[in-house]
Design a protein around this ligand. Structure first.
Ligand code: TPP
Ligand code: MG
Length: 578
């Protein structure tokens, strides 16, 4: 085997099913030969976003790659997003030869340095025989602790010039070596348990609380703690919110669900959360948007933080108690504690907890019902199509199995708000991370559909984000990725326009005074395109989109919404600082 073949073999052994990139290396070609799906994107910057989407939905490591120099540089925004979102990616990229380094080699660039600030580990493979070690190390580091992206630099004179010209003996890769890929076994994520004293303390704090609230973050999803999270809230009777990254951990139609936290919370969540006497955050970095710039701490609550990383403790709010460990494992420890208690109290059940919080479900139900009635009975305005009216219809037509793919803009974030959009299924949301890089959703939707071909995929996006990545419609068509982009078109960069309006300017630098015909563009790329200018065109367009998606055809729905961004959902946050 030559180094490229070793690379592909080890990816396969690791359980990777697809790779994303645009490369002049042999990775894509050999990956395809080895039975992996090699997705060739039209612009490299799409590849890490797609790898992120694949990794979140599959639980595997996401792989993306690019060619040397500018190709690798084009990966940076997505790798930044992956770093921010703790996505376990491995990014092997071709680079200029070591032997001629510094002499003006073609596309020479310090790619390791370029990647350093946006990865967990950025390293160059210095000799071919070390490739298996570096790769295994990358898998281990990407998956363990706080997961994240790892960059691997593959110099031209280490990797060789293709399958025909190099063999392992020449490269010094001896099959007797313990690192030889034939002996490689898949790297598994190690699950760390919390210490038992902390578990007991937290258990007793949870049992004593009268109005506890839990916020599930991305870490809960990364840990695949779906069953444990649901059992945990049910057994302990815990009302809960999620961050955008935690969405899809438990259905939002659960009686104890209150929607999304921080800037995205709506009235029922706010009312309950602010009155809580105990706040537990589970696998969340408690970042600005998720905490209302840290202003949303409930006044009389004690704080418990559960995180895989001890260094994350007290980064924003100082915890009264802490649990360090993997979410799935630690929640199971708390559930086990409950079982122990039950037995020692002779099957007294967890009746004390249930009794103490007997009224909570009813209280939440009343609040949610009231709010739901209020927002959905609001009479239609004369302003035309409104994001907050479009999104519930899309939610309804696409149905509960859908993967909602988020974008970043002023209007698509109506989809973050419960119950304008209600995420009901496991992994029913593909969020952007805290960098909120425009375009991530547009291309993430393609990878989402490739990863979960049986599920409807709906990306709700602005016209600005869509135009940043519209070339990838071709990728979607090429790979039969039947996803739908629902574009809320306000003729420009609405979020920025709203900020400029708020600052009192009368002309804005954010308008698209020329706008392409997006549906015509979609058609020319081989997608189906619908233009929606009135509400009654929406439902038929969405229904047709679902049908076309089922046949593998991607669809664009261009909704002409009002020019002035409606930011009323963010009124209690400092959105203009975002
Ligand atoms: C790559 C990138 N560039 C810039 C921004 C800053 N930004 C946030 S929202 C926004 C405007 C988005 O416009 P559009 O997609 O049309 O959505 P709208 O706000 O109009 O609803 C911009 C420029 C960003 N988040 N990501
Ligand atoms: Mg816009």
């Amino acid at each position: 085997m030559n180094p490229w073949e070793i690379l592909v073999k080890m990816l396969k052994e690791q359980g990777v099913e697809m790779v994303f990139g645009l490369g002049d290396s042999y990775l894509n070609m050999l990956a395809e030969e080895a039975g992996l799906l090699a997705v060739n994107v039209r612009h490299e910057s799409a590849a890490p976003f797609m790898a992120m989407a694949y990794s979140r939905l599959s639980g595997n490591i996401g792989i993306c790659s690019a060619s040397a120099g500018p190709g690798t540089a084009n990966l940076i925004p997505g790798v930044l997003e992956a770093y921010s979102g703790c996505a376990p990616l491995v990014i092997p990229c071709h680079s200029a030869a070591i032997s001629t380094s510094g002499r003006g080699e073609f596309q020479e660039c310090d790619q390791v340095a370029l990647m350093e600030p946006v990865t967990k580990w950025s390293a160059r493979i210095p000799r071919a025989e070390l490739l298996p070690w570096y790769l295994k190390r990358s898998f281990t580091r990407a998956l363990n602790g706080v997961p994240g992206p790892v960059y691997l630099d593959l110099p031209h004179d280490v990797m060789g010039d293709g399958p025909l010209e190099v063999n392992s003996a020449e490269q010094g890769i001896e099959s007797s070596s313990p690192e030889y890929p034939e002996k490689f076994t898949r790297v598994e994520k190690q699950r760390i348990a919390a210490d038992s004293t902390s578990v007991e303390q937290v258990f007793s704090a949870l049992s004593r609380a009268e109005r506890p609230v839990v916020v599930f973050g991305n870490g809960a999803v990364l840990s695949r703690a779906f069953n444990e999270s649901r059992q945990f809230v049910e057994e302990f009777e815990l009302p809960f919110l999620t961050t955008p990254g935690g969405r899809g951990i438990i259905s939002e139609d659960h009686p104890l669900a209150l929607g999304v936290s921080g800037r995205y919370r709506t009235e029922p969540a706010k009312n309950y959360y602010q009155s809580a006497d105990l706040l537990l955050t589970v696998g969340s970095k408690n970042e600005a948007f998720q905490t209302g710039h840290w202003q949303h701490f409930p006044e009389r609550a004690s704080f418990i933080q559960l995180d895989i990383n001890p260094e994350a403790l007290g980064r924003n709010w100082q915890p009264d108690l802490a649990l360090i460990g993997d979410v799935k494992t630690v929640l199971q420890q708390l559930l086990d504690q409950l079982n122990l208690q039950e037995k020692s109290r002779e099957q007294q059940q967890q009746s004390e907890i249930k009794e103490k919080r007997a009224g909570l479900r009813k209280e939440l139900e009343e609040q949610k019902d009231k709010f739901r009635k209020k927002i959905f009975s609001e009479s239609k305005t004369s302003l035309g199509l409104l994001a907050r009216e479009i999104i519930p219809v899309a939610n309804q037509v696409f149905g509960s199995e859908t993967i909602l793919v988020n974008e970043n803009g002023s209007q698509d974030i109506w989809s973050y708000f419960y119950p304008y959009y209600q995420v009901e299924s496991r992994l029913g949301c593909l969020p952007v991370a805290e960098q909120t890089c425009m375009g991530m959703g547009i291309v993430g939707a393609i990878a989402a559909r490739l990863t979960c071909p049986e599920r409807p995929v709906l990306c709700i996006a602005g016209d600005g984000a869509f135009q940043m990545y519209l070339q990838e419609m071709a990728t979607a068509v090429q790979y039969n990725a039947g996803c739908t982009w629902l574009v809320l078109n306000n003729q420009g960069l609405g979020w920025i326009r709203a900020k400029q309006q708020r600052a009192g300017f009368s002309t804005y630098s954010t308008d698209f005074s020329f706008q392409p015909d997006l549906t015509a563009a979609a058609e020319s790329f081989g997608c189906l395109g619908f233009k929606v200018t009135e509400m009654d065109q929406l439902r038929p367009a969405l229904t047709s989109a679902l049908e076309a998606n089922a046949e593998g055809q991607p669809v664009l729905i261009d909704c002409e919404i009002e020019y002035n961004p409606d930011m009323s959902h963010l009124d209690d946050g400092r959105w203009w600082e975002g």
